[in-house]
Write a protein that binds this ligand. Structure first.
Ligand code: OGA
Ligand code: NI
Length: 366
């Protein structure tokens, strides 16, 4: 018997099992609720892509701050230049930082996480009504967007919201509707502030990234990582870089997000009320490698409590506009490292491959 990838495996039809799981519309949460104690084989990753143990790395030695925490208070006054320097340092090296005093009230963070939890903890048959991979919709819910392309599936279910002029608020499930609308409003404001600070960090005009509409196209992915009975054998999200200009991520206190630093995976330890910010592939290209889009992943959740997160990907709004390294950043000494391309080409490329390492960026490299 062949599993669709040319590997002969006696009696195992991987493609069929994947389709059955997807057709069942129960997601990984549904698998857990059905009482399974081992994970289906199509979730099992090859050993080389797995962490050595299910638990995260030992905590960093006291005093070392692997993921910088940047206090945004005073960003519009006296502290602005300090903040711009801190953001530039983090964005150009690790590509990740956390922000505190970002202006989004703590209750809004909690309500957003609670709403994602409430949606996912409804009866399976109610969630199944929303389960669909149709890309044309403003809102969809499914497990593993690349399940038919990836070599191994990962342990999470996801609600995707595509914000734009066509988003029908009424399409958002009522149980989390007002919370998502509020989250969008809050994160939009923070996104604009960050775009300005990041523009200044590059030494270009404050409004530059906004003028490129980098904060106008927004996709949100709200993830639910249920308990995984064999967390050593799979992941929550495979290692990847984000197909975005900028990502703003809200995570709860469970942990499991890791960033690649050199050859090591570093934990992004949850900080109460902080948000995680990371540079995406598009901003690495626009900044001509001034900023770095860095690989990250989420471990499968070994706790009996779900892990919840919501990532907002900021992108330019028009699919037909061309993007490439900013002319201001190009000189004889610094030639462009990438060709230009439309957003349409960028996303066509992203959605035809499995979630993976830096292959998206290298595709556009000159
Ligand atoms: C993503 C992502 C991390 C997380 O959705 O691209 O990296 O903590 N999410 O869920
Ligand atoms: Ni990501």
């Amino acid at each position: 018997m062949e599993n669709g990838r040319g590997e002969a495996e006696e009696g195992y039809d991987r493609a069929k099992e994947v389709k059955q799981f997807d057709d069942s519309k129960i997601g990984v949460k549904g698998l857990i609720d059905s009482g399974i104690t081992s994970i289906p084989r199509f979730f099992v990753h090859p050993p080389h892509s797995l962490p050595a143990t299910a638990t995260t790395n030992p905590p960093p030695p006291p005093g070392s701050n692997l993921i910088p925490n940047i206090d945004l208070s005073g960003f519009d006054s006296d502290r602005r230049s300090i903040i711009v320097d801190q953001i530039r340092d983090a964005a150009s090296s690790l590509g990740f930082f956390q922000v505190t005093n970002h202006g989004i009230p703590s209750q809004v963070l909690d309500r957003t996480v609670a709403a994602i939890k409430a949606f996912n903890e409804q009866p399976t048959e109610i969630k199944a009504i929303h389960y669909s991979r149709e890309m044309g919709r403003s809102v969809s819910f499914f497990s593993n967007f690349d399940i038919y392309r990836s070599k191994a599936a990962t342990w999470r279910d996801t609600i995707t919201l595509r914000w734009g002029p066509n988003l029908e608020i009424g399409e958002i499930p009522e149980i989390c509707r007002s919370e998502f609308v509020e989250w969008d409003r809050q994160v939009q404001r923070l996104g604009e502030t960050l775009m300005e600070l990041l523009s200044e960090g590059l030494g270009v005009e404050r409004g530059k990234l906004k003028a490129l509409t980098c904060n106008e196209g927004k996709t949100m992915v709200a993830h639910y990582y249920p308990f995984c009975p064999q967390p050593d054998l799979t992941l929550g999200i495979d290692s990847h870089t984000d197909p975005a200009a900028l990502t703003v991520l809200l995570q709860d206190q469970i942990g499991g997000l890791q960033v690649k630093k050199g050859e090591h995976w570093v934990d992004v330890q949850p900080v109460r009320d902080a948000l995680v910010i990371n540079i995406g592939d598009l901003l690495q290209i626009i900044s001509n490698d001034g900023y770095s889009s860095v690989e990250h992943r989420v471990l499968a959740n070994h706790l009996h409590q779900p892990r919840i997160s919501i990532a907002t990907f900021f992108n330019p709004s028009k699919r037909e506009d061309f993007h490439g390294p900013l002319p201001e950043l190009i000189s004889l000494d610094k030639p462009p490292l990438y060709r230009s391309f439309t957003l349409a080409e960028f996303f066509t490329r992203f959605f035809t491959k499995e979630l993976g390492s830096k292959s998206q960026i290298s595709y556009f490299q000159l």
